[in-house]
Design a protein around this ligand. Structure first.
Ligand code: NAP
Ligand code: 8YV
Length: 324
């Protein structure tokens, strides 16, 4: 450790590139969980920066009296109590933009896998069934003729919309604020969006405002030909309601990259033939995760050197570096 280097805490299972750069550039301390009991008082007082790869509570923030910045690995920062951090003038940063195109690519792949059953068709081939049983059965669903509703037309939602537009599919969306820069039909209520489309892509942030927003009413509005694709946060879907709708075929199929209690996936979902499931991999290529890791450390570097944060979350966007 060097006395002149700011102390930065690595909390949780951090990306190797974050660890490598933080260890090279700062006085680094590591703990497996964001638990103040794992640090003595002197250490807690030394910490000025936090690289977060796990939930960060108000109590944990308060346990570090000289904390200046929390750099979250991920664009979604619902697990960090950013509102509380802001009241303490602690900067919170996330990793927007660098993952948007990757996540949009994965979303389109998940949609295709869900309607055209490509993972199941490959499993059929690998099991030797093509040779023994003949052609894989025709899929009851197709992307052709679908109308897509995007719940959350932000950075990633727009990248998904542009791709699906190129597939020849009409796009509608729901957000709280109508966008002035797109011509896609906007629906003020999620349930109205679901009624207007047969394919619903969920890419809103998690948190209280979107908690269980995709509920029985929304799923029933989507209808029996309906396909749900969820890549935002698992908390946005009422999972038991989704399992019931898939079981009763009140919607046709679902493709999910995120779940309510990750990494646990309910057995009832795993048992459903009309659910296509991924283990939260939408941004998970080496190149994109490295870009996210660099943005985490670049934010720490900037803020701890007295410069503005590169990507502050909205709760902290107005912070004046000189005044903190
Ligand atoms: P963003 O640019 O902030 O976009 C969020 C969009 O959601 C905006 O259009 C926003 O519009 C809308 N929105 C927010 N709260 C809403 C609410 N209560 N009701 C209706 N619409 C709401 O964020 P992004 O970069 O696109 O990322 C979106 C989310 O995707 C992240 O927060 C993260 O949770 C998730 N994500 C998942 C993965 C993965 O690996 N599966 C990867 C990256 C991101 P209004 O403000 O007008 O409502
Ligand atoms: C990451 C994500 O998988 O950026 C997000 O919000 O959900 C994903 O890119 C996650 O943040 C880290 O594992």
């Amino acid at each position: 450790m060097s006395a002149s280097r700011p102390t930065v805490l690595l909390a949780g299972k951090v990306h190797p590139r974050v660890r490598q750069r933080v260890e090279a550039e700062f006085d680094a301390i590591s703990i497996d969980a964001a638990d103040a009991a794992l640090l003595d008082e002197d250490t807690r007082k030394r910490i000025r920066g936090l690289a977060a790869a796990t939930a960060i509570s108000a109590d944990f923030i308060d346990s570090m009296p000289n904390l200046e910045v929390i750099a979250n690995f991920g664009v979604g920062y619902d697990a960090v109590d950013a509102r509380h951090a802001a009241t303490r003038q602690v900067m919170v940063t996330n990793t927007p933009d660098v993952l948007s195109e990757e996540v949009a690519d994965t979303t389109v792949g998940l949609l295709l896998n869900t309607v055209r059953e490509l993972p199941k068709a490959e499993a059929y081939l690998r099991a030797g069934k093509w040779e023994s049983n003949g052609a894989y059965p025709l899929t009851s669903l197709s992307l052709r003729g679908r109308t897509v509703g995007i719940f959350g037309l932000g950075r990633i939602g727009l990248a998904i919309a542009r791709r699906l537009e190129a597939f020849g599919l009409p796009i509608h969306y729901h957000t709280r604020n109508k966008r002035s820069d797109v011509a896609y039909p906007w629906h003020a209520r999620l349930v109205d969006l679901a009624s207007a489309v047969d394919t619903l892509v969920v890419i809103v942030p998690g948190g209280a405002a979107t908690e269980k927003a995709v509920n029985t009413e929304v799923l029933d509005a989507l209808g029996p030909q309906g396909v749900l694709i969820s890549v935002g946060r698992g908390s946005t879907i009422d999972e038991p309601a989704l399992i019931a709708a898939l079981t009763d075929r009140r919607i046709a199929a679902a493709g999910l990259d995120v779940f309510a209690h990750e990494p646990h996936v309910p057995q009832a979902l795993m048992d459903l033939p009309n659910a296509c499931l991924l283990p939260h991999v939408a941004s998970a290529s080496e190149s994109t995760r490295n870009a996210m890791a660099d943005l985490v450390v670049d934010n720490l570097e900037a803020w701890l050197a007295g410069r503005p944060a590169l990507t502050p979350v909205p709760e902290c966007a107005g912070f004046d570096r000189a005044a903190s």
